[in-house]
Design a protein around this ligand. Structure first.
Ligand SMILES: *Cc1c(COP(=O)(O)O)cnc(C)c1O
Length: 457
């Protein structure tokens, strides 16, 4: 199993190189050269299922026993015996709770494993890396938690100042570890993401610091997210299942698309957007057009451009990297990208549906669920559930991916339901812990100087 760039002019790499590189040198994203089929399994538990589903992607570069152990260790950090439990909330209506990991968001599912993969590969190679990442809230804390004990990793996380929740910010800024640093950027999440991309595109800087990424462009994260789609389908008796996915950078939804390519009976993938609805508009019109970013109750989805969409575009272009590169560069300059109706009909029509959900609908959905089942859900999950309900009744089970614990967004939950969600015990004193963070403007050179100053390598 080798990996190619979606922009067609970076070298083909193996798994470990792709893990460490994140973005390809031509600015593209890595994709495996083929889709392996799913293993035959049943009732083996989440960690064992995870190693079985992912093994073909490792290109025989990671020892089987070591990888199985990494999966067991990663998923033992989840505080629920079923790791990612399914909860029935109505006829054919389910939630899959992906938020029982250490930082209370679904990103732990991937990043607890990716941190361990980094440690393993870097130890083998006797190398050190500097991870830089942008977060709209949840990636940062999940990445920090995933690598805070790594011996050979430094990490700098950029977040948009004032645009992440208190809990999200504190989960990053209260971690005390010599290799962990956070930067509050005066700008939006897209500004943060642009700064990270610019650091990667500065090849001299990238090489000097041995830069690496764990944001959702990293292939290993997508790979780890395929597993829970397979687990949900298995738990529901291996019948066709639709999924509703609260979507930002499109990493989560893309993993569902890949599960389907691997043979899982994924019926429909419903893309739920908040008011930042670039993807919903794309799936309605086959035309991607950027707008400004607005702040919503679901900040982890407040994005202008979904970086992982490029991987779907690459498939829609029949894996023509140069055509994808041309389209992406035109998109960058014009803010507009159109997909041929024929390609759209082949790749998107059979599987993707999309809906948007504004803050009022988000609050109403949270209130409805609380009235109907006594369950508190977070605003991101509510966007997904609203998108699912907007499709009307379904003949197959519809699983909404519950991407964050309600206590991560207490103000919104309280506003919708009148109930204050309690943090789980391991985070009960979070609001009293001292914070440490550096503030700066969205200036590339200033940010690069900071990153250089904290590198231990
Ligand atoms: C990151 C995140 C999302 C969006 O996921 P993508 O993979 O970026 O589409 C949704 N909900 C929560 C809680 C998140 O943290």
């Amino acid at each position: 199993m080798r990996y190619v760039s979606t922009r067609g002019s970076a070298p083909e790499l193996g798994f470990a190189e792709v893990l460490l590189a994140g973005l390809a040198t031509d600015g593209g994203l890595y994709m495996p050269t083929s889709w392996p089929t799913l293993p035959v399994s049943s009732g083996i538990g989440y960690a064992a299922l995870a190693s079985a589903v992912m093994r073909p992607y490792l290109n025989d570069e990671i020892d089987d026993a070591a990888f199985s152990q990494m999966c067991r260790d990663a998923y033992s950090t989840f505080r629920h015996p079923e790791t990612v439990p399914l909860v029935e909330i109505g006829p054919n209506e389910w939630l899959m709770e992906l938020f029982h990991g250490p930082t209370l968001a679904f990103k732990d599912v991937a990043l607890q494993l990716v941190g361990r993969l980094f440690d393993h590969v870097l130890t083998q190679r006797n190398e050190r890396v500097m991870i830089v990442g942008a977060t709209s809230g949840d990636t940062g804390s999940a990445a920090i938690d995933g690598v805070k004990s790594c011996k050979n990793v430094d990490i700098v996380i950029l977040y948009p100042a004032g645009r992440v929740s208190d809990v999200q910010r504190r989960q990053m800024t209260t971690v005390v570890a010599p290799n962990v640093h956070t930067l509050a950027i005066d700008g939006t999440f897209d500004d943060c993401q642009d700064l990270v991309k610019a650091m990667f595109n500065d090849l001299a800087f990238r090489e000097e610091l041995n830069l690496s990424a764990v944001n959702s462009i990293n292939w290993a994260r997508i790979m780890a997210q395929i597993v829970y789609y397979v687990a949900a389908i298995e738990a529901l008796g291996n019948q066709p299942v639709s999924f509703s996915v609260p979507t930002g950078n499109f990493g989560n939804a893309l993993a569902g698309f890949i599960a389907r390519e691997m043979g899982a009976p994924v019926e429909k993938l419903i893309i739920g957007s908040n008011t930042n609805d670039i993807l919903t508009r794309f799936f309605d019109t086959q035309n991607m057009q950027t707008n400004g970013v607005v702040a919503t109750l679901s900040p982890s989805m407040d994005i202008q451009v979904s970086s992982n969409f490029e991987r779907l575009l690459f498939e829609m272009n029949d894996r023509d990297g140069l055509a994808t590169a041309r389209q992406m560069s035109a998109f960058r300059s014009s803010g507009e990208l159109r997909v041929e109706a024929e390609q759209y009909a082949i790749w998107a029509t059979p599987v993707f549906r999309a809906a948007r959900c504004d803050d009022a609908q988000t609050l109403a959905t949270m209130a409805d669920v609380y009235r109907q089942s006594g369950l508190l859900i977070d605003p991101h999950t509510a966007v997904g559930l609203s998108a699912a309900r907007q499709q009307g009744p379904s003949e197959v089970p519809v699983v909404t991916l519950a991407t964050a614990h309600p206590a991560k967004f207490p103000e919104a939950v309280q506003r919708a339901t009148g109930v204050h969600p309690e943090l789980p015990e391991h985070l009960a004193d979070l609001l009293e812990r001292p914070e440490q963070s550096t503030s700066m403007g969205k200036d590339l050179v200033t940010v690069q100087n900071f990153v250089r100053s904290v590198a231990q390598g």
